[in-house]
Design a protein around this ligand. Structure first.
Ligand code: G3I
Length: 372
């Protein structure tokens, strides 16, 4: 595999950022979903503009490259269930139809999450109300999309970094049993849908320990859980390949499938690393935090390509354990990482550039598959 990447690098020899833009590649012959058809689904998170088919270039790319979709924001509680007795299904319905029309694996993201909650949920303080709201939310949504949404992120980001449970409103009111309740309700509403626990930093040993406990607790209670979603919001160096691999193995050993659910690789400096806990607001205005406002230097482009190559090599090695690899966005221009943790930066975390052209990282991944 290292050899294939070296061959790929040599084939690029001497290219500059502008030059690669002009190279005409036989794109119609290449496709992520085709390349990894025997390994796992390859997915992308899509936004409301794409779901509503208002972004024709993005839609074209989606259809060509991906066979799975995730709704970036439109099935989150505040959007789909903004008031106790009011649901807003328009965009979610279009999302499900898009998946059906294009024969794509559709994820439901997400049923129970402390963030992007509707305001009324944050003020719930008694068990009875919380139970009613949870039941109404999960049953209504999962039943509506029965047979259309293939897998649900049932509970999202319930863990602290040390592996203990986060003090979300769900935890405060119901204690840890809210997790079992959510999975039970989802399973009752659609017994065929795959049910996942999804979180970030699941390669960090303490948090991984917490996720393993969470899965085991459900399994010991006889509650259906099919998979762990490892959000891949990663960097050029971290987490190490060894920790990614250890984590895939740890979850797979529990008898559940792994999905890489929100893959993107930031190439920008992280203010938290540089300043410890003291993050100054002035940081946002400093050029050094946004070092590539116009173009990503070719040397960094190659680092990104190498990193994607290496992690996909690992994914292919463990493809028997991995159901799906989903990128968090279609191209660099619509990535959330342009606005987090500092707003208004220019990041380059995905496989396609702002003009929807495949980057070196795309080629490096396809170089893993011999037929390409
Ligand atoms: O819709 C409003 C718009 O009306 C308003 O004008 C605008 C002003 O900032 O904000 C818009 O809402 C934004 C929303 O995305 C839709 O674009 C929010 O500010 C923004 O905070 C929100 O960010 C989303 C983030 O979740 C919120 O937590 C990102 O798009 C989305 O990519 C991100 O996705 C999460 C996953 O769901 C869970 N895992 C982590 C991942 C990254 O944070």
């Amino acid at each position: 595999m290292v050899v294939t990447f070296l061959v790929f690098l040599l084939s690029l020899g001497g290219c500059t950022e502008n030059k690669t833009d002009d190279i005409k590649k036989p794109e119609q012959a290449r496709s992520l979903k085709r390349a990894f058809a025997d390994d796992f689904y390859v997915g992308a998170a899509i936004n409301a503009r794409l779901i509503s088919e208002e972004d024709s270039l993005a839609l074209q790319l989606l259809r060509k490259e991906f066979n799975s979709i995730s709704p970036e924001n439109d099935m989150k509680w505040e959007n789909i269930h903004p008031a106790p007795d009011s649901f807003y299904f328009d965009i979610a319905d279009r999302y499900a139809a898009l998946a059906e029309d294009n024969n794509m694996f559709a994820l439901g993201h997400t049923l129970v999450w402390h963030s992007q909650l509707a305001d009324y949920m944050n003020t719930v303080s008694d068990t009875a109300t919380m139970n009613v709201y949870l039941e109404n939310h999960i049953s209504t949504i999962v039943q509506r999309y029965k047979g259309k949404i293939d897998a649900w992120d049932v509970v999202n980001e319930a863990l602290n970094e040390d592996g203990t449970l986060r003090e979300s409103v769900f935890f405060k009111v119901l204690g840890e049993k809210y997790i079992a309740k959510a999975f039970k309700l989802a399973a009752q509403s659609d017994s065929d849908a795959k049910l996942l626990y999804n979180d970030y930093n699941l390669c960090v040993p303490e948090k991984r320990g917490g996720a393993v406990r969470l899965v085991k607790t459900l399994q010991n209670e006889g509650i259906k859980i099919d998979g762990v979603g490892m959000q891949g919001h990663w960097g050029l160096k971290e987490p190490s390949l060894a920790e990614i691999e250890n984590s895939i193995l740890a979850y797979s050993d529990l008898g559940v499938k792994v999905s890489i659910t929100e893959l993107d690789i930031t190439v920008l400096p992280n203010p938290w690393d540089l300043e410890g806990a003291e993050v100054s607001q002035n940081f946002e205005n400093e050029d050094r935090m946004n070092p590539y406002p116009d173009v990503l230097p070719y040397s960094v482009q190659l680092q990104l390509a190498q990193r994607y190559h290496d992690i996909f090599q690992l994914f292919v090695k463990h493809s028997d354990k991995i159901d799906r690899v989903t990128f968090w966005g279609i191209n660099d221009g619509n990535s959330w990482l342009n606005n987090w943790p500092i707003r208004g930066r220019t990041n380059y975390p995905l496989l396609f550039d702002r003009k929807f052209h495949p980057k070196e990282a795309y080629d490096s991944i396809l170089s893993l598959i011999s037929e390409n």
